[in-house]
Design a protein around this ligand. Structure first.
Ligand SMILES: Nc1nc2c(ncn2[C@@H]2O[C@H](COP(=O)(O)OP(=O)(O)OP(=O)(O)O)[C@@H](O)[C@H]2O)c(=O)[nH]1
Ligand SMILES: [Mg+2]
Length: 304
């Protein structure tokens, strides 16, 4: 997805580079091309409109007219504005003063929660933490076993006191996992919860009950980037029902088009979050998870 967008923008800029001075027509033509590139990448129309307006305004301003190389200045502006809508500044994961830090993963079925749990566990371990994975998806057949495999691969223990596949109380498991973490000196607990096909009242209530039972330091809403702009609606519904601190976009290595963005750069749901530090994070299959928010706004992780 980013490659396609990148290719298109490169084409736009290469025709711009040959120009010494930029006329109004040049700026308009460039803006038009960028607009098409963003729309083709499935970026939401209001986001595109704001983005283009911002580019045009800056391109007409003195920073471009007085630049030695106006075309290069426009490229710089587009770059800066892209960084801006893709998240801007970042923050590190919030660790609790009194361990364990509790991270709760939630999202629709197949979003990539369990996979993320493994990636997180591996990353936390590499950072010197002692994470504990918690099998609180007791609904889906074999979800507990899946997390156990994930934990084994990451060499991270899994708290799975219930067999799952319809047996056991996830709220109780989540609650007990905190005691277990304290007992076994795990400083981070990552709770894998059940997904549903759509946001429904039952899913919402279970997530609320788990949240209330463990009072997480971070609730991460995991969204499959492949669902495109619909992810914004899902995130909004989840924000209204449960609330979250950050969004993790998964499967950016797929052929998904644009990740859903709002005007401000975070998803609307993250924007309206009562906790002001909510951000959107992304995962892709390209590299190691060293870029967790502390380093950049993109969290690039190993492939699933
Ligand atoms: N390509 C790719 N596939 C991924 C990524 N994350 C997860 N997957 C795949 O997506 C599928 C679902 O991932 P899970 O981690 O099981 O998703 P989940 O949210 O735990 O699903 P449920 O437990 O059923 O709600 C699996 O086949 C994963 O291998 C990713 O970043 N890239
Ligand atoms: Mg799962």
């Amino acid at each position: 997805m980013f490659e396609t967008l990148s290719d298109r923008l490169t084409t736009v800029f290469s025709s711009l580079r040959s120009k010494g001075r930029l006329s109004e027509a040049d700026i308009n033509a460039t803006a038009r091309e960028i607009r098409v590139a963003l729309l083709e990448a499935d970026v939401a129309l209001p986001v595109v409109k704001d983005f283009i307006a911002q580019i045009k305004e800056r391109a007409r301003g003195s920073e471009v007219s007085q630049a030695l190389n106006p075309a290069q200045q426009v490229v710089k502006i587009v770059n800066e504005e892209l960084i801006n809508i893709l998240g801007g500044e970042t923050r590190r994961i919030r660790f609790a003063k009194n361990p364990p830090t509790v991270i709760m993963l939630a999202g629709l079925q197949g979003a990539g929660k369990t996979t993320l749990a493994g990636k997180l566990a591996r990353w936390l371990k590499s950072e010197g933490h002692a994470p504990l994975l918690v099998a609180a998806d007791l609904q889906r057949p074999n979800a507990v076993q899946q997390l156990q495999v994930v934990g084994e691969r990451a060499s991270v223990p899994v708290f799975a006191p219930e067999p799952g596949s319809g047996v056991g109380d996830p709220v109780d498991v989540a609650r007990r996992s905190i005691d277990q973490a304290k007992h076994a000196q795990h400083d981070v607990v990552v709770i894998d919860t059940a997904g549903r096909l759509g946001i429904d009242a039952e899913m919402m209530q279970q997530a609320i009950d788990i949240r209330d039972a463990v009072r997480p330091d971070e609730v991460l809403f995991v969204v499959d980037a492949m669902v495109g702009q619909d992810a914004v609606n899902t995130a909004q519904a989840f924000m209204d029902g449960v609330g979250f601190d950050g969004v993790v976009l998964t499967k950016l290595d797929g052929d998904a088009r644009a990740a859903p963005r709002s005007r401000s750069g975070t998803s609307p749901a993250a924007r309206s979050c009562s906790r002001p530090r909510a951000r959107s994070w992304r995962t892709s299959a390209s590299s190691t998870p060293t870029g967790w928010p502390g380093a950049s706004s993109t969290w690039a992780t190993s492939s699933p």
